[in-house]
Design a protein around this ligand. Structure first.
Ligand SMILES: Nc1ncnc2c1ncn2[C@@H]1O[C@H](COP(=O)(O)OP(=O)(O)OP(=O)(O)O)[C@@H](O)[C@H]1O
Length: 284
């Protein structure tokens, strides 16, 4: 397909009467097919609101203007039934805290099956094998047992992998991740990132990956946007933006993350340096 997967142009979001308290200022960027675009910036810079605007999940108190086009179709300020059709089907989102996406009263297998049923129309029974395959693909141990577990019986990292399974099971074109591993400890974080990397590689999905962690973004993403006080201040391939930052704010971020010790021209390590996903094992 020609044209970008996602095109955000002059997105402005404000709160208060008439959106007078503006928090996003003329935010413009594109996500191409198969591109992994990182979005970094400090707390309060506007990363989450950017993602929520794309997903049509801004709070009612927000006023938004500009344009958000997904595969050429305008989404901004469209009715919720149009956006609900796209969410979980062509676009999916993973939040920082897995319990926001999970129902504590329902077995996780049923929750994954429910997503399949809603969007693929499959009867609940036929989905079971696909659910087990999906839980196995996100590297959950004993998936045929975990399918019957309730969220509170799983660890944080296991829950986030269930959420990833729910986000990926309908093969969305665009996956938005908002700090998906921030709540996890470092080893579990690495595991969830490996699963995500394998999924994105196997499915050729586009990804908007929000993080405040430059090292994580340099591992997962090919390109990056740097956001400061509601504006994009730097953008480009990860190696360029982190290797030769143009904006002083980016230079400061890089200095504190010590990514400046990477020699010019030297490739930053990526997950592929540590892990080769088995593309054939990804369930369909
Ligand atoms: N519902 C709301 N009402 C008023 N202001 C809000 C609301 N939600 C967010 N904001 C403001 O918008 C700005 C951007 O918030 P946003 O959540 O997008 O930041 P962020 O970069 O994702 O931060 P974090 O990394 O902490 O999640 C902040 O100044 C925040 O206070």
């Amino acid at each position: 397909m020609s044209g970008p997967l996602l095109e955000v142009r002059d997105l402005e979001v404000g709160f208060g009467r008439g959106g007078r308290h503006r928090v996003l200022h003329r935010v413009s960027f594109q996500v191409q097919h198969r591109q992994r675009l990182g979005l970094i910036g400090e707390s309060g810079s506007g990363k989450s609101l950017t993602a929520l605007a794309v997903m049509g999940l801004l709070p009612d108190s927000a006023t938004a203007s500009g344009s958000v086009r997904f595969r050429g179709e305008e989404l901004l300020n469209r009715p919720d039934r149009v956006l609900a059709r796209l969410r979980g089907d062509r676009m999916a989102m993973v939040f920082q805290e897995p319990m926001t996406a999970l129902d504590p009263t329902m077995q996780v297998g049923r929750q994954v099956a429910e997503v399949i049923r809603l969007h693929q129309g499959a009867p609940a029974g036929t989905a079971r094998q696909l659910v087990v395959d999906m839980l196995s693909a996100v590297d959950l141990p004993q998936p045929d047992r975990i399918v019957n577990a309730f969220p509170h019986q799983l660890s944080g990292g296991q829950r986030q992998r269930v959420v990833l399974a729910m986000a990926l099971v309908n093969h969305p074109d665009l996956l938005i991740c908002d700090e998906p591993t921030t709540a996890l400890d470092v080893t579990v974080q690495a595991k969830v990132l490996r699963v995500l990397d394998a999924a994105l590689t196997a499915e050729h999905e586009g990804c908007l990956f929000i993080s405040h962690d430059l090292a994580v973004v340099s591992q997962v993403c090919s390109d990056v946007l740097v956001m400061l006080e509601g504006r994009i201040v730097d953008a480009g391939p990860v190696t360029d933006v982190f290797g030769q930052p143009r904006h002083p704010y980016t230079a400061g971020l890089v200095a504190t993350a010590r990514l400046d010790q990477v020699q010019p021209g030297q490739r930053l390590p990526t997950l592929a340096d540590f892990y080769r996903p088995d593309q054939a094992s990804w369930p369909r």
